[in-house]
Design a binder for this molecule. Structure first.
Ligand code: CTP
Ligand code: CA
Length: 230
């Protein structure tokens, strides 16, 4: 195993991390979501805690699905908030923002939500074959708009044009860092993206050249990303 330095180089730091998917209810028993598991966010949080930081962790959850959370060893430095919708995630994240130095947005936030979820269960006989959807809140955008000097690391999972899309997102969202990685949700043997323990891609930086980071464990990748932020 690689030598991991015992570090406290993040001891003075408080970071906000968004992680996991968001959900949007269709009716009382159904919802829309995506394949995110929250693993990358958990890895970023674990590494931050290992190096002495305080972590405010806003995690998208859904009923009955177990998601990885940062280890409880450093529980005194970890504040965990579980949310469901993009709107709940934004509310929780905005509440933490004034007390953090930086923001790491690993969450896979739904861009659209169901316009009018049904309170009861939709019946088969209703024969509904389409869903009206409206834009949901841009959590990262809302945080940027309310920021008072915090730095920002965003993530982008792309099926096509990873490099161009990554660079565009760094610029258009005015981030300090943007990590872009390829994703594919079909097939079993993917090494990057959703629900796997490894990841690899390109770290775009507002100050500095893009840094290619080959496929490695999400733990190792988190270490490399934190090194870059420092
Ligand atoms: N993000 C967010 N809220 C949203 C959408 C995205 O906070 N409603 C954040 C993600 O956590 C990520 C970054 O924004 O850090 C980029 O997400 P991405 O979905 O790649 O960006 P979009 O602008 O939504 O682009 P796309 O059309 O590719 O989905
Ligand atoms: Ca999106």
């Amino acid at each position: 195993a690689a030598l991991v330095p015992p570090a406290s180089d993040l001891a003075d730091l408080t970071v906000l991390i968004t992680a996991g998917p968001t959900t949007s209810p269709i009716d009382a028993v159904r919802y829309v979501t995506n394949h995110s598991t929250g693993r990358m966010g958990a890895a970023m949080a674990e590494e931050a805690l290992r190096r002495g930081a305080h972590v405010r962790y806003v995690l998208g959850v859904d009923k009955g699905v177990v998601r990885p959370v940062p280890s409880r060893d450093s529980a005194d430095r970890l504040t965990l908030m579980e949310v469901h919708t993009a709107e709940e995630m934004a509310e929780a994240a905005l509440r933490f923002l004034p007390s953090v130095d930086g923001v790491i947005a690993t969450a896979a936030v739904l861009d659209y939500r169901v316009a009018t979820p049904s309170a009861g269960k939709l019946k088969r006989a209703s024969a509904a074959t389409s869903l009206d959807m409206v834009p949901s809140i841009d959590v990262l955008g809302a945080l940027k708009a309310a920021a008072t000097g915090q730095w920002f690391l965003g993530f982008a999972a792309e099926t096509d044009n990873v490099e161009a899309n990554g660079r565009n997102k760094l610029d258009s969202k005015k981030l300090d860092f943007l990590f872009a990685n390829p994703v594919a949700c079909t097939g079993e043997s993917t090494t990057t993206g959703f629900a796997v323990t490894t990841n690899g891609g390109i770290l775009f930086r507002a100050k500095g050249e893009p840094l290619p980071l080959p496929v490695m464990s999400k733990t190792e990748l988190a270490r490399r990303l934190w090194d870059s932020i420092l």
